[in-house]
Design a protein. Structure first.
Ligand code: PRP
Length: 212
């Protein structure tokens, strides 16, 4: 059995669609219920739904052999895993955003609100800019509106949340997409099975790319 940690939610549904199209179907996963673990002995896979930011924890510790996590999580937490494939879905970017017209004069410490403190810290360290991180857990966009911070570092997908809160992107930090990751020991002991999954998913990614 290959244990696969899938990110619960919209991205996870797309990820499962890809595994299914690659030949690793598990029909019971489509049933509407609150179960979190599904397996198909015929295809040799066991899927489980976990919180997207927890996928890399399951994989790093070997509770899952492989999983799918956003590049944002991998950059933020730097789990000790192998990154095997860019699935080219869940595309968005990590960006610095601020109220419209904001100008950083560089004279005082910049207050940065974010969920991604490590990414923000290394982005500004690379620019030699002094910052004060305000770590939040969600609804980051509110921080500069209420004067809690000057800017935010957050994920921007369509840009709607920024627009509707009168914020704009000041700079792109890094592009983000979903990555297939593997536990290091599992990759060693289940190399054949994992590489077969990688090669089938890779074929799909390439075909999807051609369709665009
Ligand atoms: C993310 C991000 C933004 C939003 C961006 O939030 O933090 O708020 O999506 O998407 P958009 O550019 O398409 O508007 P998420 O839904 O993950 O929830 P969060 O508030 O917990 O961060």
């Amino acid at each position: 059995m290959i244990n696969v940690a899938l990110p619960k939610g919209r991205l996870g549904d797309k990820v499962y669609d890809m595994f299914e199209a690659a030949g690793y179907e598990c029909p019971s996963i489509r049933e509407t219920n609150r179960k979190l673990i599904f397996e198909n002995p015929d295809t040799g896979v066991r899927y489980f739904w976990v919180k997207p930011s927890d996928v890399s924890i399951y994989v790093e510790r070997g509770a899952a052999d492989i999983g799918v996590a956003g590049k944002d999580i991998l950059l933020e937490y730097k789990p000790d895993i192998y990154e095997l494939l860019d699935l080219q879905i869940g595309k968005c970017r990590m960006a610095v955003a601020a109220p419209k017209g904001f100008h950083d004069d560089g004279e005082r410490t910049l207050k940065v609100a974010t969920k991604f403190d490590n990414i923000a810290r290394s982005y500004y360290a690379g620019r030699g800019r002094d910052i004060d991180i305000i770590k939040l857990n969600g609804s980051i966009e509110i921080a500069p509106i209420l004067g809690l911070s000057d800017v935010i570092v957050d994920i921007v997908e369509t840009g709607t949340t920024l627009r509707e809160n009168d914020l704009e992107v000041v700079a792109t930090v890094v592009p983000i997409s979903a990555r297939l990751i593997a536990n290091k020991a599992a990759f060693k002991f289940k190399t054949g099975a994992i590489e077969e999954i990688v090669s089938k998913l890779k074929g799909l990614v390439e075909r999807n790319g051609q369709d665009l």
